[in-house]
Design a protein around this ligand. Structure first.
Ligand SMILES: *Cc1c(COP(=O)(O)O)cnc(C)c1O
Length: 455
């Protein structure tokens, strides 16, 4: 083997001490959140019944390049960070590619994903503000799990609205959350107005992320000492997740490596936004160039087939409007789509960068994703989350292109988590029961025609 180690960890002293705010280097800033009633930019005051005060400052700050990471959060990070940057020697060998493949592995904590990086930050600011607790939604369950861990660490109450299909299909996720003291309610539920309305209109519905968001917001706004927190999409979440990219950059510099291609899966955009931040920063400042690829499921293709427009973030239309690549807030991905990444919109920051031509996007069908997941598990050992496997798929495809051309490119991808709670999806794949549904143009037109009209 070459002299480059299989895994590269940073020393504690080398770990990032500040989060990097990519917006500071963007010429075209992401569009502001709008008040759904007045269509004016949301002010900090208007956001304060919903979000924690310091998080609102982070959300609205387009100019400060670095935010020091508070000592308490640095201490928590030390329990599971730095995460390893791994040279995928065995995958390279299997593919017979001259490319070098690296992955940044974020699954090495109990929540099993990168979401803990922002959960601990959001819980910290809630505690600092003297709140009793927070509410949130969870789809596949990783965010709810991460938030439960973070809340128990700071002694906060945590109310999770879990999309009903996941609640029923993933009872073990639910029990992990309850182990950390969270209360978990299947959504739609009869505990909120919007939930009762959905149950009356669509009896027997399995729920959706957009509806669970509406319920969690309603409960936060209506309960004293509570705020709502969100695990993706928002500017503040990308800010916290920059720790992934900053560590990656420091490790690559240490190894004397320069990435040519950086790949990440994209649901709401938080892991990808975090991974690419320092690299995109160099690109924006004209210091270096990288090919950056967002990978989304063909069944929920917001960047590759959506519209760049203002849209609701939730089904109940109670949240602010965000300008983003969106499929329309009424879009519900096909139920046979197993791989997570089901949100109808994309982070405003990534949407703007994509619209400015600074990054690429591609979509992949789920059987190809699981084929890549299985190959990866067999050679690299880690059982990947279906979400992460979207990035694995495209990393493999790019490495195979290098095999054809003989180019020795350096490919870096984000391995966002592990897939132990997704074995029903793996089972379907193994039994040949997994299908690929790609929405038709007519499907998309239906939800896109219901976008709010903003001039
Ligand atoms: C939530 C999640 C994602 C997708 O969310 P982003 O905000 O787009 O990063 C990807 N991988 C894993 C393991 C997740 O839990």
């Amino acid at each position: 083997m070459e002299k480059i180690p299989y895994k590269t960890y940073l020393d504690e002293a080398e770990m990032p001490k500040a989060w990097y705010n990519i917006r500071a280097d963007m010429k075209n800033k992401p569009a502001p959140l709008l008040n759904p009633a007045t269509h004016q930019p949301m002010t900090a005051e208007e956001l304060s019944p919903v979000f924690c005060d310091e998080l609102i400052q982070q959300e609205l700050d387009n100019d400060t390049p670095y935010f020091p990471i508070p000592e308490e959060i640095l201490d928590f990070y030390k329990m599971y960070r730095p995460s390893p940057l791994v040279r995928a020697y065995f995958l390279e060998k299997k593919l017979g590619t001259p490319a070098k493949i690296y992955y940044k592995f974020e699954g090495n904590n109990t929540s099993g994903s990168h979401k803990l990086n922002s959960a601990i930050a959001q819980a910290y600011y809630a505690k600092k503000q003297g709140l009793k607790g927070v509410t949130t939604e969870t789809g596949a369950g990783q965010w709810g799990t991460a938030l439960s861990m973070a809340c128990s660490y700071f002694g906060l109450d945590c109310k999770v609205y879990m999309v009903k299909v996941s609640y029923e299909q993933k009872p073990f996720r639910r029990e992990v959350m309850r182990t950390y003291g969270a209360s978990v309610t299947p959504s739609p539920s009869d505990t909120t107005n919007i939930g009762r309305k959905m149950l009356a209109e669509f009896p027997g519905t399995g729920g959706s992320l957009g509806c669970a968001i509406s319920e969690a917001v309603e409960v936060a706004v209506g309960s004293e000492g509570y705020r709502y927190v969100l695990g993706s999409v928002l500017n503040q979440v990308l800010l916290h997740q920059s720790v992934i990219g900053l560590e990656t950059k420091i490790a690559l510099d240490k190894l004397g490596e320069k990435a040519d291609i950086i790949i990440g899966c994209a649901g709401g955009g938080s892991n990808l936004g975090g991974l690419i931040s320092p690299f995109m920063g160099e690109k924006l400042r004209g210091e270096a160039d990288y090919r950056i690829i967002a990978v989304e499921p063909a069944s929920c293709p917001s960047l590759t087939r959506g519209k760049y427009a203002y849209d609701f973030c939730d089904t109940g239309m109670v949240c602010p409007l965000a300008k983003m690549y969106t499929l329309g807030s009424s879009f519900i991905p096909s139920p046979n789509h197993a791989g997570g990444l089901r949100y109808h919109g994309m982070s405003s920051i990534l949407s703007q960068l994509y619209d400015d031509g600074l990054m690429e996007a591609t979509s992949v069908v789920q059987t190809n994703v699981f084929e890549a997941a299985e190959m990866f598990a067999r050679v690299e050992g880690i059982l990947p989350a279906p979400e992460s496997s979207h990035a694995i798929r495209v990393a493999i495809d790019e490495a195979l292109k290098c095999k054809e051309t003989g180019e020795e490119k350096t490919i870096v991808f984000g391995l966002t988590g592990t897939g132990y709670f997704d074995m029903v999806a793996y089972e379907k794949y193994h039994d040949g029961e997994m299908s690929d549904y790609i929405p038709t143009d007519a499907d998309l037109e239906k939800s896109l025609s219901r976008l709010p009209q903003i001039d």
